[in-house]
Structures are given as structure tokens and as C-alpha cells.
Ligand binder design. Structure first.
Ligand SMILES: [Mg+2]
Length: 266
């Protein structure tokens, strides 16, 4: 069945490579959200980055002219903390490897750190990682603690090239413990389930807009959402044509999605 905007009532957007690329806002981005508001299309943002807080993203989105509230921001840290809150009592002692994003998300849900007694090890990207942190995580997991990762991206792009992502930290701990982590971020479905819950739409009414086939598009398809790939980020037009993972539709940019969508609304 060809892709149609007719049934779409909400969009979930990745940010890096969709709204901006590094420090540069992509053309036509604030206008898309004016269009969405005029049409009554709700929206949420989903990022695998666990290092930043929800407030960090609200500041950045607001600064580029996108109206947004905290419930519309779903980081892998937020989804991980929700997942943990639903499954573990708040008294469960945790040990966190990671930055402010995951630390704040767990603290807001009532969890406290206790490295010596931790029954749950939560691992997000940590720019101050060192042997001691890996050692604590390894000893606790070997003593029976559960092992959860915010996201499995082995690398992420920077101006200098690809650098180690959280998946690389998880791989080290897995090697040291023979335990595979439970992973929450895209392409797993947990973040999409949080997004659908907050948007109040069904998967068939919800369009994922992303720039990465292996995370944004694959994860959304697993969760049953419609998918649109944009070519403003990591995926080239050639890759989009030849990859095993195929989005429902491919657009040059978010501005092109708006242009196509405008032709079918009255
Ligand atoms: Mg992206």
C-alpha cells in the first residue's frame, strides 16, 4: 500500500539529522511545527542520547522556535527511567554509569545510588568513564544485579569522526560479565511505546521521522508506526535506495515532508 498522510494524527521526530545537524538548524524547521499546530497534528521528540536532560532539550528546541513541553521529550534516559520505575520498587539500590540526563531521570523517579549494594546497574554514555566504574558494574552484575543500557549505539558521529557510543561501554561490561544488557533506546520498541502513550495515538496514526535506518526506521517499524526517512542526516539517497530496511517514504528534508503533506490537506 502506498504511503498516505491521511491517517496520520501525530509525529515522532528524531532530532540530530532531522531538526539540526551539529550546531546548524536545518532549513524550514520551525515552519513544520507551525503547520503541525495548524493541522492539529501532535508531536514528540525521541532521541537515543541519554546524556542531556529534558530541560536541556526544551531550551534548545525553544531557542530554534519550536514550542514544546516536557512530556513531548523522550530521551533514552527518560524511557529507561520509566521502564525501571514500572518494574522495580524505588528502594532498589542502583549504580549509574552516565551523565546528567540518566541521573536526573532516575532521581526524579525516586531512585538512589548505592554502588556497594546495587541490585540494578544502569549504563548510559559517560564522558568520565574509567576502570573504577567498569569494575563496580562488573562486580555487582557478577553478584546478581540486573544490567540495563539506555541505548546500544556503538558509535556516534562528531566533527572529528565516529567516537565510542554507549554500545561500546555495554560491550565492555558484557565481555567482563558474560551478561547481555536489556537495552531501551531505538531500535528497541520501548521509546516508541512511551511516545504513543504520551501522544495518545495508535501506531497506525503515528509517523516516525528520522535520519537513521537501523534505529529510527527499524525501531518504529517494530512498534508498528509509519515511517519517513529524511536525507538531511546520516543516510544518503543511495543508501536509502539499496538498504535492507526500507522506510514507508523517503524525503529530502522535513521541509519536503511539509510540502508533500500540504498538498493533501484541505
Ligand atoms: Mg538522527
Amino acid at each position: 500500500m502506498p504511503f498516505s498522510f491521511d491517517a496520520i494524527r501525530a509525529v515522532v521526530l528524531d532530532m540530530d539529522g532531522v531538526l539540526w545537524r551539529g550546531g546548524d538548524i536545518l532549513p524550514g524547521v520551525p515552519a513544520f511545527f507551525d503547520f503541525a499546530q495548524q493541522q492539529g497534528i501532535s508531536y514528540a521528540f525521541a532521541t537515543n542520547n541519554s546524556s542531556k536532560t529534558v530541560d536541556n532539550y526544551i531550551d534548545r528546541l525553544t531557542n530554534v522556535g519550536i514550542p514544546v513541553g516536557p512530556e513531548q521529550i523522550i530521551t533514552s534516559a527518560v524511557a529507561t527511567a520509566d521502564y525501571i520505575r514500572q518494574r522495580y520498587p524505588v528502594e532498589t539500590p542502583v549504580y549509574i554509569i552516565g551523565q546528567q540526563g540518566i541521573r536526573q531521570a532516575l532521581a526524579e523517579r525516586g531512585f538512589s545510588e548505592d554502588p556497594a549494594r546495587a541490585e540494578l546497574i544502569v549504563v548510559g554514555i559517560d564522558f568520565d568513564i574509567g576502570y573504577e566504574k567498569f569494575k563496580i558494574a562488573t562486580l555487582r552484575i557478577r553478584a546478581g544485579a540486573d544490567f540495563i543500557g539506555t541505548n546500544g549505539d556503538r558509535t556516534f558521529p562528531t566533527p572529528e569522526g565516529l567516537v565510542p557510543g554507549n554500545g561500546s561501554l555495554l560491550a565492555l561490561i558484557e565481555a567482563a560479565t558474560d551478561q547481555a544488557p536489556i537495552v531501551i533506546g531505538k531500535p528497541e520498541t520501548a521509546m516508541f511505546e512511551v511516545a504513543l502513550d504520551r501522544l495518545g495515538t495508535t501506531p497506525a496514526q503515528t509517523l516516525m521521522i528520522g535520519d537513521r535506518l537501523g534505529t529510527d526506521i527499524l525501531g518504529a517499524q517494530r512498534a508498528g508506526l509509519k515511517t519517513a526517512l529524511v536525507l538531511t542526516g546520516i543516510t544518503s539517497a543511495e543508501e536509502a535506495r539499496t538498504a535492507d530496511i526500507q522506510a514507508d517514504a523517503v524525503f529530502e528534508s522535513l521541509a519536503d515532508i511539509q510540502a508533500a503533506w500540504e498538498t493533501v490537506v484541505v
